[in-house]
Unconditional design. Structure first.
Lengths: 154, 424
């Protein structure tokens, strides 16, 4: 069940669009903001609010890579793997993160602390290589800084 | 040198509040246009300014606007949509404008909506631009409170609602018709054109989609006039341009310079040249979907027609530098991996062709390539080229590949002959 706050937020979002379906992406993000991901049950609730079928909304949800239809860790690492960061060494960085967290890209740590997701260009190429952890953009990264950076996110 | 777009931007600091923005001359263009100009006059000034779209395609902005029907009989509502889905690899210019001076964008939106008589506008913002979202939301609230947005703006009778739409990933959303599907809450696949969005766009209504940097120029054109704007440029295209450089240069960054500044000047004077121990090999002039240029091309003036004459595109104007210690085949593999992953899957050549291209490049890079692979790759640049696919994603993906096959032929052959990557 969606909370009253979530329902009200989604209804407010829907008023910004010509019809309720326009709100689908931001509504899913609203659910995800507090819950981390969108469960089947949440998806059905949002679909009902937006006068859509659950299947139709799931088709939308699964198109967008930042709508999570599976649980993710408490912190999501978006590691840029596009061209400028590749030139500047993002692959070594990925291996460094994978070995420190003992997961592969796309996986979540056993303690549910981190999910590591390679992502497309984050638009901060002058600071390459870059990654985001939750809402924080971290640039000019070197392997030697990884322990300190990851320790900021408990 | 005048730098209208970045004059208020102080990197690392908060953007100007609405009061400070007004004191710096902000919203004077809105007051001028809404009190003393007709929509057609604003459009005329923008047309005469020779402003061309800064999202990559370079379409003349005034001409695009002119395709929207206006007047009493025009369909209603009409929409203005800001394409703030900056996701072209190597591109980081719109982030600077939105984080650094959000009111400038909002002022550009108000003027442009006034010109096309749109009364609803959306900023379609990529998900990861969290700081841009925060600053834009605050700026929209400030502008609404001061009466620059809402109903009967400055007593002119002109109404404008402006909404921020925060998206959730996928490069294809930057394609304007895919973007409209995204705004309607659908899977962001491109639409057939015609009808063009100017006739039938968002919810079937006339819609103009413009890039962030494009719209940020409009207040300055309205304030100072088309002739002044043309005078900022060193070329036929009006205005200044945000040029960026990334890769192994001394000072990666972004600079507002006259449109038509030479690539060499941007690379050597502004970016400080190559880092110690690295030599220049090639560059992509404007993002991942532009063709490589070499040392011999560095004197090219970075405007839409000059870059085209040497076989590439200005694109977003943010250059990616390939150095002499990075494998060009590996770089192409990285680029085609991106395009294959980001294909929306709607049309067959793109959905099936790009993964083939990616796998062949992976094979060559890891020493499993065969002599005929280069011909097969070259054939794909035709199969996936302009006119063969639903939108410009796959043709864009072929631009670095076809130039790479031409300029790095010897590197490809070494990979195949030595059965390994000579750089690893």
């Amino acid at each position: 069940m969606l909370t009253t706050a979530e329902t009200e937020a989604i209804e407010a979002i829907a008023r910004r669009y010509e019809n309720k379906q326009g709100a689908s992406i931001e509504a899913l993000r609203e659910v995800q903001r507090s819950r981390g991901w969108v469960s089947d049950e949440n998806l059905r609730d949002v679909a009902r609010l937006l006068d859509m079928s659950a299947d139709e909304l799931d088709g939308v949800a699964t198109f967008y890579n930042l709508i999570f239809r599976r649980p993710v860790g408490r912190h999501v690492i978006l590691l840029c793997d596009s061209v400028s960061c590749w030139i500047m060494g993002c692959e070594a960085l990925r291996r460094g993160i994978e070995s420190r967290l003992d997961i592969k890209a796309g996986e979540t740590t056993a303690d549910g602390r981190f999910t590591l997701l390679p992502t497309v260009c984050l638009g901060a190429c002058d600071h390459a290589p870059v990654m985001m952890v939750d809402d924080d953009l971290i640039g000019g990264l070197e392997i030697g800084q990884l322990d300190e950076v990851l320790a900021r996110f408990r | 040198m005048e730098r209208p777009l970045t004059r208020n931007i102080r990197p690392g600091q908060e953007p100007l509040s609405i009061g400070d923005y007004e004191r710096a001359g902000g919203y004077s263009a809105v007051r001028k246009a809404l009190r003393s100009m007709m929509p057609d006059e604003v459009m005329h000034e923008v047309t005469e300014s020779k402003l061309r779209g800064r999202g990559g395609a370079g379409f003349p902005t005034g001409q695009k606007w002119s395709f929207v029907s206006r007047g009493e009989d025009a369909p209603s509502p009409k929409y203005l949509v800001v394409n703030a889905d900056e996701m072209e690899p190597g591109t980081f210019k719109d982030r600077l404008l939105m984080e650094g001076d959000p009111h400038q964008l909002i002022e550009g939106v108000i003027l442009s909506a006034f010109a096309i008589e749109a009364r609803i506008a959306y900023i379609f913002l990529r998900a990861e631009y969290v700081l841009s979202a925060r600053r834009l939301r605050r700026a929209i609230a400030e502008a609404s409170e001061k009466g620059y947005l809402g109903t009967n703006i400055l007593g002119s009778g002109f109404d404008l609602e402006l909404h921020l739409h925060a998206s959730a990933g996928r490069y294809i959303c930057g394609e304007e018709t895919a973007l409209l599907n995204g705004l309607e809450g659908r899977r962001a696949i491109p639409r057939a054109k015609p009808p063009f969005p100017q006739a039938s766009g968002l919810w079937g209504k006339p819609t103009i989609v413009n890039n962030v940097e494009t719209l940020c120029n409009v207040p300055h054109i309205v304030n100072h006039g088309a002739a002044w704007f043309r005078g900022l440029s060193r070329s036929e295209d009006g205005g200044t341009k945000l040029y960026g450089v990334s890769g192994r240069v001394k000072r990666p960054g972004i600079w507002e310079l006259p449109m038509g500044t030479a690539a060499r000047e941007i690379l050597e004077e502004h970016a400080g040249g190559m880092r110690e121990g690295y030599g220049f090999r090639a560059l992509l002039p404007g993002g991942a979907s532009t063709e490589f240029l070499l040392e011999e091309h560095l004197d090219v003036l970075m405007d839409f027609s000059a870059v085209q004459k040497v076989g590439s595109r200005l694109g977003t104007g943010t250059m990616i530098i390939l150095d002499d210690r990075t494998c060009p085949v590996g770089m192409l593999h990285n680029l085609e991996h991106f395009f294959a992953q980001e294909s929306c899957g709607w049309c067959t050549p793109c959905r099936d062709g790009l993964p083939w291209v990616e796998r062949m490049l992976a094979a060559i890079e890891t020493g499993q390539g065969q002599a005929q692979d280069l011909d097969i790759l070259a054939m794909h640049t035709g199969f996936l080229g302009p006119g063969k696919t639903f939108c410009a994603l796959a043709p864009g993906a072929m631009e670095p590949l076809q130039s790479g096959l031409k300029y790095f032929r010897a590197d490809f052959e070494r990979h195949i002959d030595e059965r390994r990557c000579p750089w690893s």
